[in-house]
Ligand binder design. Structure first.
Ligand code: M6R
Length: 366
């Protein structure tokens, strides 16, 4: 049932061209210039008139929410707040009927997310669910929603569910932005065509994982890792760090790259591997200076860069290349090598990759 892979996690990483394809199928219609989503259609007016979108989730799903904050604000110009479901539910949040809450959950059974939905519902908000498991408690509790259709995710570490969540959130944001008349037609079509290319690009990237395996071998015994990213790739840094922590038990922290100088830079010495997510799009020059800051302190830089980036290759200790894409879709590609890196490190350390200690696939306790 692992389809020839050693672990479910690896199988699920390799499934991503297909799972994202399934997420997009029937919804993204680039030839017709359309995005079709029943759940969004049902609540289109509510979404278009939302004074604010509040996104709630836990763990990796919360990271997908953070990516969505950048996407929604950039494209659809709707203010977004992203909250841990567990914090939201206990802090007497201010919610009105003009708020739309988007709840993200792979399992659809996370206790804190479910309780947060109930609270927001009582206070009159419209709740939109993004779940992977069909018919799950969260899917049933929400007013409308969109399934991610990533297929069953068995590995405790979320991989394909995350990219499917980000893909669905992209679809929704582009649809709303287009309806609001905020996108030039040519840009809108570029977005649709490029999103359609993402599964193929991931497939290409997955043809070889030799580089992440090689880097894993070198750093598998490091006690700490830092992950840095900016903009859309700041949440990817958090996600990369979480993945490493949960399956390899190496302490890792994700930071917005610019925050490094406000504290974590003190940690950097020749023993600190720093994974920097640095594709060409976004604030490239800024991230280049962050890499220089790390190198000046002899940190080991593992940079995630676009194919053929020679500038960063000169500074970094190692690079892993990803395909080029539009900035809003960047996390869909940059996440992949981070999943592989943590996977290989965990395997080399002899960890139980699919069932890490102390963790359960769905957290149904509060
Ligand atoms: O099923 P959910 O998406 O609601 O689960 C949320 C978190 O428990 C989950 O993402 C967890 O952080 C994963 N183990 C991350 O890989």
């Amino acid at each position: 049932e692992k389809g020839g892979y050693d672990h479910f996690m690896l199988k699920e990483i390799y499934e991503q061209p297909k799972s994202i394809g399934d997420t997009l199928r029937g919804r993204l219609l680039p030839e017709q210039g359309l995005i079709q989503m029943d759940g969004v259609y049902q609540f289109q007016e509510k979404l278009l008139n939302a004074q604010r979108i509040i996104i709630i989730g836990c763990g990796t799903s919360w990271h997908a929410g953070l990516v969505a904050e950048y996407i929604f604000e950039e494209l659809a110009r709707i203010p977004v707040e992203v909250e841990y479901a567990s914090e939201f539910r206990y802090r007497n949040p201010v919610i009105t009927e003009r708020d739309v809450v988007i709840a993200i959950s792979q399992s659809g059974e996370t206790a804190d997310t479910l309780a947060a939905i109930k609270l927001a519902k009582e206070r009159g908000a419209t709740i939109f669910g993004i779940c992977n498991v069909v018919g799950s408690s969260i899917a049933r509790e929400t007013h409308a929603g969109a399934y991610t259709h990533a297929g069953p995710e068995i590995g405790v570490a979320s991989t394909k569910a995350f990219t499917a969540q980000v893909a669905v959130l992209n679809l929704i944001a582009i649809k709303l932005a287009h309806k609001k008349g905020l996108l030039k037609e040519s840009y809108y079509h570029r977005l649709l065509n490029e999103l359609n290319e993402i599964p193929r690009k991931i497939e290409d990237m997955l043809k070889s994982d030799a580089q992440s395996r090689y880097i894993a071998e070198l750093y598998k015994d490091a006690p700490n890792f830092l992950y840095l990213g900016r903009g859309y790739n700041f949440p990817v840094a958090l996600e990369g760090a979480l993945k490493l922590k949960e399956i390899s038990y190496i302490h890792a922290e994700g930071y917005p790259a610019a925050e490094m100088k406000h504290g974590p830079i003190a940690l950097i010495d020749e023993n600190m591997p720093v994974v920097v997510i640095a594709p060409k799009s976004g604030q490239y020059d800024k991230i280049v200076s962050n890499i220089q800051e790390v190198k000046a302190r002899e940190g080991k830089v593992i940079a995630i860069v676009n194919d053929g980036d020679s500038e960063i290759a000169k500074m970094a200790d190692h690079v892993i290349e990803v395909k080029d894409t539009m900035e809003v879709f960047s996390p869909l590609l940059t996440t992949i090598p981070l999943q592989l890196l943590s996977y290989h490190i965990a395997v080399m350390r002899g960890c139980n990759v699919d069932q890490p200690r102390n963790l359960a696939k769905s957290v149904t306790v509060e």
